[in-house]
Design a protein around this ligand. Structure first.
Ligand code: FE2
Length: 423
């Protein structure tokens, strides 16, 4: 159980680490690329600015000699920066001149061309181009005169320096590694914290379960004190019921309800007056009507506490009969909850084989015969048959045990079905 918890927690923390690393790492990677692009754009803009001043001067008074001077100046400048192409256009998109860095002629010829779609722009436009391992930025810069009228534009192709790209990529990589390590460290720091919280939660749950079982025991003892001054009937009917439930392979939750219900089946008798509860003679019809209300009283008490609610099937249905002649609702067959049908067999068998103020115990054989005769009328025949097939063993194991021995056996059932060590 503990090892499973460790593995479960580790796997989920690793999954959390992986998911967070992918999400946050993706964001960091994206922001790194945005930063790289912005850096290249800014550098490209900076390098093209000096050319716009030169061409603006030419456009004010164009001439052959001024154009030759412009070309010469551009050829000198382009060798000193990262621009590989500089082209100038007038306001009608007619090319005035262009200069290509001689060392970049081959690269420039492979770059995609463009039309006049940028001629109308009145602000700087940048387009990123990737060619092999090189990153280029195509920059369009509008040129205005003193009256703020567009008189032409410049197109430059900027080759991003590989060392700048490498530097920014390396910074992004280190940021990624740092993010992944921080998330891993945080996830691992949560591991002992969650284990500790889980341990505390288990302790609280265990204490709560102990409290609930203690309350079950106190309530059972309270009604036993009023009814018969001993817990022994409650212990035996609970143990018989558990045996039948196990033979029927009930779920763990159903078994818990069966144990609670068997232990508290007559809880409502607390509300029945002594004159009727302790009467040794036969009850009158009026007294029996009052006695029957112990079922409703039991339901009212059990319904008041959520942990006891799955005891309701037995508490409310333990006097119903398979043929519909029982009380309080006269339910029949499968309409009677299975736990109530199980308990009914256990309750009557124990009543028959026990000594009561008004009778001596019946022998095992007589008790079995009475049960067999009531199959299909009082009892679910399948449940009763299952019990009777195993009854000799149960009778030998349980019927003659004293209260302490039975208490020990019931404690073992509680440990098995409620995960608590003490009742
Ligand atoms: Fe009862």
């Amino acid at each position: 159980m503990i090892n499973n918890l460790h593995t479960w927690l580790l796997l989920r923390l690793l999954l959390l680490w992986l998911v967070l690393s992918l999400v946050i790492g993706g964001v960091v990677y994206y922001l790194g690329n945005v930063r790289l692009d912005n850096h290249i754009v800014n550098m490209a803009k900076t390098e093209t600015e000096s050319y716009t001043t030169a061409v603006a001067s030419y456009l004010k008074s164009p001439s052959e000699s001024a154009l030759a001077e412009l070309n010469r100046r551009i050829e000198v400048e382009i060798e000193q920066d990262n621009l590989i192409v500089v082209e100038f256009y007038d306001a009608s998109s007619n090319k005035i001149t262009d200069v290509v860095k001689p060392s970049a002629l081959e690269v420039e010829s492979k770059l995609p061309k463009h039309g006049s779609e940028f001629a109308e722009h009145t602000s700087i436009v940048c387009n990123k181009l990737i060619q092999g391992e090189d990153t280029f930025m195509r920059v369009f810069v509008p040129i205005f005169d003193s009256s703020n009228s567009k008189i032409g534009y410049l197109e430059g192709i900027y080759l991003a320096p590989i060392e700048i790209i490498d530097q920014i990529r390396q910074q992004t990589l280190w940021s990624l590694i740092l993010v992944v390590l921080v998330i891993f460290a945080t996830s691992m720091a949560l591991y002992p914290l969650i284990l500790r919280l889980n341990r505390k939660l288990i302790d609280y749950s265990h204490n709560l379960a102990l409290t609930n079982i203690g309350m079950l025991k106190v309530l059972g003892s309270a009604i036993a004190k009023r009814d018969s001054d001993t817990n022994i009937h409650n212990y035996r009917v609970t143990l018989y019921s558990v045996q039948i439930g196990e033979m029927l392979r009930l779920s763990r939750t159903a078994m818990q309800g069966l144990i609670k219900g068997a232990f508290l089946h007559d809880l409502g008798k607390i509300a029945i007056g002594d004159a009727i509860l302790h009467k040794t003679g036969k009850l009158t019809d009026e007294e029996f009507t009052i006695m029957m209300t112990h079922v409703q009283h039991g339901e009212d008490i059990v319904r008041g506490y959520d942990w006891l609610k799955n005891a309701l099937d037995v508490v409310s249905g333990h006097h119903e009969k398979f043929d519909g002649s029982g009380y309080p609702l006269g339910l029949a067959q499968d309409n009677i909850p299975l736990n109530a049908r199980i308990f009914s067999v256990a309750d009557v068998f124990d009543a028959l084989t026990s000594k009561r103020p008004y009778k001596e115990p019946f022998s095992f054989d007589v008790s079995v015969k009475i049960l067999e005769e009531s199959m299909g009328s009082h009892f679910d025949p399948e449940v009763a048959r299952l019990f009777l097939d195993y009854a000799p063993v149960l009778y030998a194991e349980i019927c003659n045990d004293d209260e302490e021995l039975l208490h020990g056996k019931l404690e073992a059932c509680i440990v098995k079905y409620f995960d608590v060590a003490v009742i």
